[in-house]
Ligand binder design. Structure first.
Ligand code: SPV
Ligand code: MN
Length: 629
């Protein structure tokens, strides 16, 4: 690789690159970058190659290109645009995503794998000439703050101006960072092609492929536009990050980062949190009065003093727009309804204005949406009623557009992690919040996160889906290895973050026990705990809050009277429900490989202790005061 230089460039690449753009590549003094550009320009055969560096003029070229090519259209409000993904390209394509591995390597049973040789042959064939007639953009980004030992350089080649524009909103520019690499090959790269387009959306959906090549730290993605499939730096880089972190003893997590600020106390305490979708991730990160650093992906490393520190690898949000309304999400709603640079995707457009499901406004009966011209009652080919907007419709904007963005966002040293929240969803088992007994026990909680399906999700109601660390979809190494890396990470720290588990969805007589804002109380209780405040009650499942403390917090934070009978119901230990959960976990983990001993040890001891308490009190549902002494 070292000797790849201009002389090695093929004629095609030389003729497609302007002298100015060629010089931008040369200035990086990075043979691997040159080689990649050469290889994929040769393979994908675009009509034009454009190298974009960090300056605003070049970034404006990308913004304008998205409009010119029709991948985005202007809306009435200044800076707002709309992008549509194809009707069948509205979410991550699990079936066509695969990790390329050597024969014999085993990963989690839920992860698709393919032999590397076979996968590369297949995708190279699809990529041959896939950019014909199009312009490919060569982009440089930085995953994490610039000038930071956390961060990883990322090279993206894409023929989608929408993808490149989204990346400008979601990530930090990285051309100068690539210079700082001084020729090193230690970076991720992503090749993306939306493939041939029809009405501005990917046409060859059957040839959609997203192949993760760990050996080369790269992901190749074709015939798609939906950001979770196309934007290299998002879920594709998450996978490469998990691989790298596990080999270098740090953590890449599907986690938000937030600053918690208790009123009247002059301090800010940082939490990270992993929640499967529909378990309250964004609403936790956006709890009123708190600050947001990131909403999706974090790199976590230990510092010299033995603290865990985290950075948001992104600087923007690709957020679910469904149910964002003035009452529940005032800050996001405000940002979405005022002028700023913002891409809406797959929402309804009527008279140049965007509308979405659950936006709190009178719904329209017609407009343009992800299905084209839309009218109420319209059905798709499968006979399914098409909603006004797609349930997974999104907005893409910079975090700085939110009034509560935290200035530590770009701190190269990251923030100090004091607490970690694992959020599951069930109607009948877990308590609203608990503190784990120690780090290992907390990792165990991360490993046993489940989310229960609701009427808002497809399929049967009440089905519990395991979602270890909300990261299973991206598990490019054996799940057991990943969990053990977590355990070891915390055990090395001198100042270990406290780990908490939340469940905002407990029900009584079919009704939710807690209001939307109750999570503010749980999170502020957790914040207090990281400062040694509040006494707790020790139970077999962990430390739970005392009634008096919650009563006070409900009063001061929400001006509500938290009744003791509600506390007793919500914080009871439901023995048979926990045992059912452990059984489901046992079954699931039996089918995984290399599950570390500590997991089985904890599963066994939790079961045993919970059974013993049942016998001791001769009760199946044990209220918290049975445990206080
Ligand atoms: C998620 O599904 O976790 C997301 C959206 O953040 S996607 O980019 O599709 O992964
Ligand atoms: Mn996510």
């Amino acid at each position: 690789m070292k000797d790849f230089n201009l002389d090695n460039l093929t004629e095609t690449t030389k003729t497609l690159l302007s002298e100015e753009d060629l010089q931008k590549l040369v200035a990086l003094k990075n043979p691997k970058v040159l080689k990649i550009v050469n290889e994929f320009v040769d393979l994908c055969k675009p009509a034009k190659v454009k190298v974009i560096i960090d300056n605003p003029k070049e970034i404006e070229y990308v913004r304008q290109g998205a409009l010119r090519e029709g991948e985005e259209e202007k809306l009435t409000k200044e800076g707002h645009t709309i992008h549509y993904d194809g009707y069948y390209d509205q979410a991550r394509d699990v079936g066509n995503t695969a990790v390329l591995i050597r024969k014999g390597t085993k990963l989690s049973k839920v992860i698709n794998t393919k032999s590397r040789e076979e996968g590369l042959n297949e995708i190279f064939q699809i990529m041959d000439g896939v950019m014909r007639g199009k312009e490919v953009l060569v982009r440089f980004f930085c995953l994490g703050p610039t000038n930071s030992h956390f961060s990883i350089c990322a090279l993206q080649l894409t023929d989608s101006f929408y993808v490149a524009h989204s990346e400008d909103l979601l990530y930090r520019t990285g051309y100068e960072e690539f210079k700082r690499l001084k020729g090193s090959e230690d970076f991720f790269y992503f090749i993306h092609s939306a493939g041939p387009l029809e009405k501005n959306v990917s046409k060859n959906i059957d040839d959609r492929r997203i192949y993760i090549d760990l050996k080369e730290s790269r992901v190749l993605s074709v015939n798609n536009q939906y950001a979770g499939n196309s934007i290299g730096l998002k879920k594709l880089a998450l996978r490469l990050g998990i691989y790298k972190a596990n080999h270098e003893n740090w953590l890449t997590e599907h986690m938000f980062i937030m600053g918690v600020k208790p009123e009247g106390k002059n301090r800010i305490t940082y939490f990270t949190g992993a929640y499967p979708s529909a378990c309250g991730k964004t609403s936790t990160a956006m709890i009123p009065g708190q600050q947001i650093v990131g909403d999706d992906i974090a790199y976590i490393r230990e510092d010299n003093e033995g603290y865990a520190r985290a950075v948001n690898i992104e600087s923007g949000i690709f957020g679910i727009i469904r149910d964002v309304n003035e009452i529940d999400d005032p800050l996001i709603f405000k940002a979405l309804t005022s002028p700023r640079e913002l891409i809406f995707s797959n929402v309804l457009i009527k008279d140049g204005k965007p509308f979405w499901l659950g936006d709190g406004r009178e719904p329209f009966k017609s407009g343009i949406n992800h299905s084209g011209e839309w009218f109420e009652g319209k059905k798709d080919k499968g006979g399914n009623k098409i909603p006004l907007a797609h349930p997974n419709a999104r907005y893409t904007m910079r975090i700085k557009e939110l009034e509560n963005w935290d200035p530590a966002l770009n701190d190269p040293g990251g923030i100090r992690v004091s607490g970690i929240l694992y959020g599951g969803r069930d109607s009948d088992t877990s308590v609203p919040i608990l503190e784990s007994l120690n780090w290992e026990h907390g990792v165990f909680y991360g490993a046993i996160i489940e989310s229960e399906s609701t009427s808002a999700t497809l399929g049967k109601v009440g089905i519990r889906k395991p979602s270890p660390m909300a990261n299973l979809d991206f598990m490019v190494i054996p799940l057991g290895l990943y969990l053990d890396n977590h355990r070891k990470f915390g055990n090395r720290l001198i100042h270990c973050p406290k780990i908490f588990a939340t469940n905002y969805f407990l029900k009584k007589d079919g009704k939710y026990c807690n209001g939307m804002l109750d999570k503010k109380v749980w999170v502020l209780w957790a914040e207090g705990r990281t400062h040694g405040e509040f006494k707790t009650i020790k139970t077999p499942i962990g430390f739970i809050p005392k009634y008096e403390d919650l009563k006070k917090l409900f009063r001061t934070i929400l001006n509500q009277n938290y009744k003791e009978e509600d506390y007793n119901y919500q914080f009871s230990i439901r023995v048979s429900k926990w045992l059912e959960k452990y059984e489901r976990m046992e079954k699931m983990y039996w089918e995984e490989i290399q599950i570390p001993k500590f997991f089985w040890r904890l599963l066994k001891s939790q079961k045993k202790e919970i059974l013993e308490t049942k016998q001791k009190f001769n009760l199946n549902i044990i209220p918290p005061d049975y445990f206080s002494n």
